[in-house]
Design a binder for this molecule. Sequence first.
Ligand code: 5AD
Ligand code: SF4
Length: 338
Amino acid sequence: MENLIKKVKKEHLLNKEELVELLSDNSINEKLFSAADEIRHECVGDEVHLRALIEFSNICKRNCFYCGLRAENKNAQRYRLTAEQIVETAKIAINKGYKTIVLQSGEDSFFSAERLADIIKKIKQCDVAVTLGVGELSFDDYKILKNAGADRFLLRIETTDENLYKKLHPNMSLNNRKQCLYNLKELGYETGTGCLVGLPEQTIDSLAEDILFFKELNADMIGIGPFIPHKDTPLGNAQSGDFTLALKVMALTRLMLPYINIPATTAMETLVPNGRNIALQSGANVVMPNMTAMDYRKKYEIYPDKVSVDYSTLKENLSKIGRIISKDKGNSKNRRDI
Ligand code: 5AD
Ligand code: SF4
C-alpha cells in the first residue's frame, strides 16, 4: 500500500484497482494525506487562493434529489439578485482585494447567456478573473459567456455512476453533463468539476471512477464535498457522507492531478469543525468565502447549516498552518502549458 502512495507521488497515475485499494484501506490515511500535502506544496505552493462567491439566484429548474434548491422544494424561499446588485457585490469583493469573482446560481432561465454576458463584461472592467457556476447550457451559450470575458467554469459531474446519476437527476443525462465539460474545455475555460461523496448507494468503485474521470477530462479545478442531507428533499432521511472518505477522494485527486486548484469546500467545514484547515493540509489550496448579502445567503440552502467565514478569521486560521493568502488571480497551474 505504501508503495502505491510512493508510485502515485512520482507518476501521478493509478488504475482503478489501485484507487479502490487505497480508498478501502483506512490504515494508510495519514500517509495518504501527508503525501497529498507534500505534492500540493511542491506543485502549487503554500499560497491559498481566495474566490469571492456570489450566489445570485437560488431559482432552479432542476430536481437533483440531494439539493435543497431543487424546483420541487416548495419550502425554499426563492430570490434573484438584480444585475446591479450582482455587480455591486462583486465591486465590494474587489475592493476587499479578491482577484476572482465566482458567480453561482441554480439553473435559472431568467439569466440568459446574453443577460449574464452583460454582467460579466461589467465585472471584467476590473482586473479580476470571473468564474461561472450556472449549470448546463448549450455550446453556443458557453461561447457567448466566454466571449464576454468569463475565464473559468464550475460544473460538478456529481457522480460518474450511470445508474446512480439517473436516479438522482430526473430528466438529466450523465452523457450530456460530460459533453458540457468537454465543450467548456474546448472553448478554453479553466474547467472545474468534482463529485459528492457519500450519496446513498454510491460505491467505492464509482468514487475511483470519478477520480479517473477527472484525470481523463484533465480538469483544471476539482471540488469535492461530503453529501449532507437536506430535510426538504427526497434524501432528507439519508445518512451524511463520511468526512474522511471525502478527504481521501480529495487527497487522491491531488496526487493524480498535481497542478490543479482544489478548494477546501464549505461542505467539509460544515460537517467537521476545522474541516477547512484539515482539507488544506490534505491537498487543497483554495478557499471560497461567501460574499452574498446575509439575507440572501441564508436562502441559498443547498444543504442545512452551511457555514461562512470572514476574512480576518480565515487569515488567522491560515497563518496557524503556515499558509498565506495569495495576491494574484491564482490561475490553474494545470494550464501552465498554454
Ligand atoms: N450536500 C452537499 N453538497 C451538495 N450539493 C448539492 N446538494 C448538496 C448536499 N445536499 C453540491 C453539488 C453541487 C454544488 C453546487 O453543491 O455537488 O454541484
Ligand atoms: Fe439545481 Fe444545482 Fe441544486 Fe441541482 S444541485 S437542484 S442543478 S442548484
